[in-house]
Ligand binder design. Structure first.
Ligand code: CA
Length: 365
């Protein structure tokens, strides 16, 4: 180890992780930790589905890469490529699977076409919140199933952030009854879109860059996006007055996914650093979404009316969701198996949540 590298490592030695990595470097001779020599630098290419430095999601992955560099004493460099620089936004899964790039940061819900079961890992309408989703993944068997199914694509996934509860979307006219939904064209993806279809909505998929214009010109009647912070940036309040509270994405999960062969070639310490940095990123992103959404809600333009969908619509959405889940389970054994694991955790969690978080929030309000 050269003196400069030793000093760099020592400067970071305050963290237990870096100290442990340094210690291990003397014992093992895997990539990234050659004993008695300058540590071999590993550079990985990671592509995202977001524009460069896109708020919260894009800046989150920028920070993840920075943290991997810091925690590894500079021996692990993850180069982040925004969408369409190395590969188009929605081809990052295939490009990583084929080892054209090493990793990607994206949303799990995009890959429903690869395996219908993947939509469950991305989040479920009327389902688990972000904290509950992560608990299912880590302790309830979700991660094992996700990794088993991704291994068939030569991929190794990690949770790479979560949005917290998303809003129900922007509507040009108020929704006062189930009948008001009939024939509406709405930009809404995933299982939420399938449910809306059963309620009479015509769900459409539009890339982020086209949503505002479509809403403003009336090509679509409604759109969902994320929450007050990111929705304000999109300018939706200039094209629609009614902003509905959420139900269809209570805890969407983002992913940092690696080419599995490349992941296995990394040293134990680099894998540990990436895992720790991804957990840090997930916690920070959830907190950042909460803080920035709370701030953005305070300064919504005065034309915006925040509303909650009528009970009759949500009752119908619950019935429609159970139909969608039954249909998907019939079509896909993987979907059925992942759903069973998800529902087992849901049933375990609900009685405890009812007497803890939910009960407390009722008392506090
Ligand atoms: Ca959304």
């Amino acid at each position: 180890m050269k003196r400069r590298d030793f000093l760099t490592t020592t400067a970071l030695g305050a963290t237990a992780l870096a100290a442990s990595a340094c210690h291990r470097a003397e014992e093992v001779s895997e990539e990234g930790s050659l004993p008695g020599k300058k540590r071999k630098k590993v550079t990985l290419k990671l592509a995202t589905s977001w524009p460069a430095h896109f708020p919260i999601m894009g800046t989150g992955v920028d920070t993840f890469a920075k943290r991997c560099f810091e925690l590894s004493g500079g021996s692990l460099e993850i180069k982040v490529f925004p969408k369409n620089i190395l590969v188009p936004a929605l081809q990052v899964f295939d490009a990583t699977s084929a080892a054209q790039i090493d990793a990607f940061h994206s949303g799990v819900y995009y890959w429903k076409g690869k395996n219908p079961a993947f939509s469950i890992f991305g989040g479920m309408p009327l389902g688990l919140t972000s904290e509950e989703m992560i608990t299912w993944m880590k302790f309830g068997g979700g991660y094992d199933l996700w990794r088993e199914l991704y291994a068939k694509f030569n991929l190794y996934p990690l949770i790479g952030g979560t949005t917290g509860p998303q809003m129900g979307g922007w509507f040009k006219k108020p929704i006062d009854s189930l009948a008001d939904l009939k024939g509406l064209k709405m930009r809404i993806p995933g299982l939420g879109g399938e449910v809306m279809k059963k309620l009479g909505v015509n769900p459409v998929l539009l890339p982020a860059g086209e949503i505002y214009t479509a809403l403003e010109r009336g090509t679509i009647d409604a759109t969902e996006w994320v929450g007050p912070a990111l929705d304000s940036m999109m300018g939706f309040a200039k094209a629609a007055d009614y902003y509905y509270t959420g139900w269809h994405e209570p805890g969407s999960i983002l992913e940092i996914t690696f080419n599995k062969a490349r992941w296995e070639k990394l040293s134990d310490e680099h894998r540990a650093i990436i895992t720790a940095a991804s957990e840090e990123m997930t916690g920070t992103m959830l907190q950042e979404f909460r803080y920035k959404n709370a701030k953005a809600l305070q300064v919504l333009p005065s034309n915006v009316k925040v509303k909650t969908f009528p009970k009759e619509m949500m009752d119908a959405a619950k019935v429609a969701l159970s139909e969608v889940l039954a249909e998907e389970s019939k079509k896909s054994a993987d979907f059925k198996r992942v759903l069973q694991s998800y529902e087992t955790f849901y049933a375990l969690n609900k009685p405890y949540d009812d007497i803890s978080t939910r009960n407390f929030l009722n008392i506090r309000s």
